[in-house]
Every structure is written in C-alpha cells, then in structure tokens.
Design a binder for this molecule. Structure first.
Ligand code: ATP
Length: 326
C-alpha cells in the first residue's frame, strides 16, 4: 500500500487556506437602512471545482457580511463521509460561520436530487432570513443552484445535458446576486492536479481505504456518494491489494482522478456559460492571477493573499454591497 502522511487537520497547501494569509479583520460593512429590506435576497457563489468558492464565502462571512450563513450546493458534499475525497470545508476552516446541508444526509439511505435540494435549501433560506441573516449559497453543482432559484422547477426537465437541453428559465424566485469565481482552465487544471496529490497525501487514501475495507462502498447509493471522484477510480486498486501490479493500478487510478476532476471543472464552466447565455446576471470574477501566484514555486503566501484580496475579495464585496443596497 502507498505510504501516506495522514493529517487530521489537513494542513495541505490548498489554495483556499494555506496560501492566503488572513488579512487584518476589516470593519463590518455599515449598510444603509435600505439593506434591512432583504426579503428573499440571496448571494450565490458559483464556479468550477477548486476555484476558491469556499475561501471567498468565509472571507465575506467573517469580515464583511457578518450575518451570513452558508448553504452548501455541492451535490457530493451534502452527504456524510468521504470529507477529504469530496473536499469538504473543515470545521476549523469554517471559522465559526454556520453551514447548512454540509454532510447532512446519510449516503446509505438517500440520494439527494435537484428536486429534494430545492425543498430543503429553500427551507434553510427561509430559516436564515427569518433570523435576519444573509444566505450565501456556495457550491459547484449548477443543477442544484438552478433547481433552487428558478420560479418554476420541473424535475423532468434538463437544461444542461443531452442533444436538446431544455431552455434556461430566467424567472427566479429570489433576488439573486450571482458571483462566478472563475480561473482560466489551463491554470485551474494545473492547480487541480496538484490538489489531487495533496489530498491523497493528507488522508484521502486512508479515507478511501477504510471506506472500501469496511464494505461501505457497497452500502452507499451508487448514484449518490458512490459517484464521488476517487471512489470508482481507485476501486480496482483497493480490490487488487498489495500485488505486484498494484503500483501501476494506483498510478492509473490517480491519473483518472486528475483527469475526471479537470473534466468536471470544464463541464461546470460550460453549465455556468449556459446560464449566462440564458439571461442570468452572473458577475464573473477572475481569480486566475492569484492561482498563477500559487503555482509559482517561489511565491510566498503573502503575495497570493494580496492578489486574492484585491482582485477577488474587494470586487465581490463591492458587488454584494451594491446588491444589498438596491
Ligand atoms: P450538476 O451537473 O448537478 O450541476 P456537477 O457539475 O457538480 O453537478 P457532475 O457533472 O454531475 O457534477 O459530476 C461529474 C462527476 O463529478 C460525478 O461523478 C460527480 O459525482 C463528481 N463530483 C461532483 N462534485 C464532486 C465532489 N465535491 N467531490 C467528488 N466528486 C464530485
């Protein structure tokens, strides 16, 4: 078996946490009386896997919009288990910000589909608004976001897939501020491959090993958590055990994880563009430069943090402030 270096705190060099030195806490935004009329206003942070959505949501919630609560909209992270494999934000990284629908469902009992998500996430939104909070919807699953915010949602329709996808509806049931965190794909792909290696080193392999050896992979719903990237790709490796061919099987599994993660990011951007073309007012924020700094071996965390702050956080804060004051 591979030698790994499991670390309960997952102190990897993931972009979102290590390369970003926390900036001095800013004073919370003072909002005009208008902002109190926040009825049905939500902020949606979307973007491909790895682009820094979680990091941005914590920056916004801890420093600028302190009444925020986060609703996870990643379809794998709604399940309990495989926290490293599905790249869930840890308790420590949450910095005390309340999270909803993160690891909330038993993967052996349920498959959460977009229709279910519409119901449970809208209940969470109502709950947050009733406490005068600001809901931040954060996650890469566009089918979940679409089902949640459209005025009418038909579970049988599919606006993203197939030769003739259904038209995108731009009639929404919330006032939405859509922030699309984007990173140009060649740069993101390079980062994602590095992230996979770091995830494997920081405990993903042990997590999956336990998952397979306990027979849990047989209990989870194939159409749910059983599809998380890492599970199908490393199944053969865990089946073959320590045989002589195991190194090759492992390398092939890792290669497929990297490939599938990059494919996922590409597909997610395609879905976002489809929503934009369908009339959704998405504010694109380009985080490429910050990611390029992460990938440059000699760049210190301070420089990354500075670029991230200037180009991603400040721009997002302006957009959200304006939205709340409208
Ligand atoms: P949607 O199409 O519902 O918007 P999506 O774009 O997040 O969702 P898909 O294209 O359906 O994802 O998924 C592609 C593959 O990536 C699937 O096998 C899916 O289970 C997997 N996947 C998606 N999110 C994660 C994640 N957080 N961790 C691991 N695998 C994931």
């Amino acid at each position: 078996t591979k030698q790994t270096n499991p670390n309960p705190h997952r102190t990897t060099s993931h972009f979102r946490w290590v390369h970003c030195v926390r900036m001095e806490p800013a004073t919370a935004t003072v909002l005009s009386p208008n902002t109190r009329r926040r009825h049905r206003k939500i902020v949606v942070i979307m973007g491909p896997t790895g682009a820094g959505k979680s990091r941005l949501s914590i920056d916004l919630a801890t420093r600028f919009f302190k009444n925020s609560e986060i609703i996870n909209s990643d379809k794998m992270q709604v399940y309990r288990r495989l926290d490293i494999t599905t790249n869930k934000i840890t308790k420590q990284e949450q910095h005390g910000v309340r999270h909803h629908l993160l690891g909330a469902f038993d993967p052996t009992q349920s498959v959460v589909n977009p229709h279910d998500f519409r119901k449970i996430a809208s209940d969470a939104i109502s709950d947050i608004i009733s406490r005068r909070g600001l809901p931040l919807i954060v996650g890469g699953s566009n089918s979940f976001i679409y089902s949640l915010v459209t005025k009418r949602f038909d579970p049988k329709s599919d606006v993203f897939n197939g030769p003739n996808p259904d038209p995108v509806s731009s009639e929404l049931r919330y006032k939405c501020c859509f922030i699309w965190v984007d990173v140009c794909l060649p740069v993101l792909n390079q980062y994602l491959c590095k992230r996979v290696d770091e995830m494997l080193d920081s405990g993903m392999l042990e997590e999956l090993s336990e998952f397979f050896s306990s027979g849990e992979h047989l209990k989870v719903r194939r159409s749910g958590l059983g599809q998380a990237i890492g599970v199908p790709e490393l199944e053969a490796y865990f089946r073959t055990g320590n045989g002589t061919e195991s190194d090759a099987v492992y390398s092939e599994g890792v290669r497929r994880i990297k490939d599938n993660t990059c494919q996922l990011a590409k597909r997610q951007v395609g879905k976002i563009l489809r929503l934009k073309d369908g009339g959704w007012d998405l504010k694109r924020i380009d985080a490429t430069e910050a990611f390029m700094a992460v990938l440059t071996a000699d760049s210190g965390g301070g420089r990354v943090a500075e670029i991230w702050e200037k180009q991603v956080v400040e721009t997002s804060v302006k957009i959200v402030k304006q939205f709340l004051e409208e």
